[in-house]
Write a protein that binds this ligand. Sequence first.
Ligand SMILES: Cc1ncc(COP(=O)(O)O)c(C=O)c1O
Length: 404
Amino acid sequence: MAKINDNYLKLPGSYLFSTIGKKVREYEAAHPEKKVLRLGIGDVTQPLAPAVVEALHAAVDEMGDAETFRGYAPDLGYEFLRRTIAEHDFTARGCDISPDEIFVSDGAKCDCGNIQEIFSPDCRFAVCDPVYPVYVDSNVMAGRTGSYDSVAGRFDGVVYMPCTAENGFVPELPEEIPDLIYLCFPNNPTGAVITKDQLQKWVDYANEHDSVILYDAAYEAYISDPAVPHSIYECAGAKECAVEFRSFSKTAGFTGLRLGYTVIPRQLKTGGESLWPLWARRHGTKYNGAPYIVQKAGEAVYSAAGKEQIRNQIGYYKENAKIIFEGLRKAGYQVAGGENAPYIWLRTPDGLTSWEFFDRLLDEANVVGTPGSGFGPHGEHYFRLSAFGSRGNVLEAVERICRL
Ligand SMILES: Cc1ncc(COP(=O)(O)O)c(C=O)c1O
């Protein structure tokens, strides 16, 4: 008899966004006359930049011509893209990352979900609370946790690091030393950022304790504060202790196109073993590469025209974030995030739980957001609004929320 991986059974049933989707569908079915505005899921709405579309067309033509047709992509990504990434995302910021330390993939979700495979099942891992659920769930599936405590909203055996208004949503260094530390800045869901000095403390801590930091910088493009690092490799010693994940999804609107990459420096070792060959082996065995046309589209993101078009797109979402942040602040809400991130993290009013506020917002303002408690117990009494909507919808949603 085939036996299932019963770690999967530890995962609580209903996924946050399916519950939200169900509630919204039911509401819309009962109130077909209402226009519901969605500021919930973090998906982009602006079309691909013209430079990207142009590169896609050209690459499709190459694939349709016997002279320029390409089959399987190189395991770690095309050299043209890895070189471009290394130059623009790292060398230009003073980070010494070479093209061969970059592993191109079809997005950061897969990479940050899969990376745990190269570590022992005995590793103890730490996550922020609230947290992007992929880090926790992928480790649950791998058997690195105990069971789920539905009252506490936590898995046994995980080091949870509270992110609260008091610590500016940047966790304290844990007293109990984890082997793996997931950090995500700019943060989903809180929109918080970490300064270079703060991040340097994490790098020093990881190097001191031989921990590995798994640094998710999927929202790096939203940073405008010069004190905030775009990459963990801006910190001294990070190449000895950190893996970094990047995504083209929120940077260049590739949520549907799919492209990302992971950086594993050559000198990164744990227990004397290098991580680079392990991830190369894993990538080569289980992954067959992002499509050529998508990698060409990714290269176009860094062209002069692409950069400018994408800067405008991000500027558009950042302006949305500002409208939400300022609108709610003026209406008396306690708000965080939104300045260097596309997410606004607000304290629910009148002591409402996150789900009570969700229901009130849906019923009375016909606006959909994401209950903070869905990201972890310290998300309770918080609510996430995303800046990825159209300007019209954002303005209307803010007006409706302020009228509540
Ligand atoms: C923190 C974080 N990391 C990774 C991802 C996934 O990115 P991708 O679309 O590249 O898989 C998301 C998407 O919402 C995210 O919020």
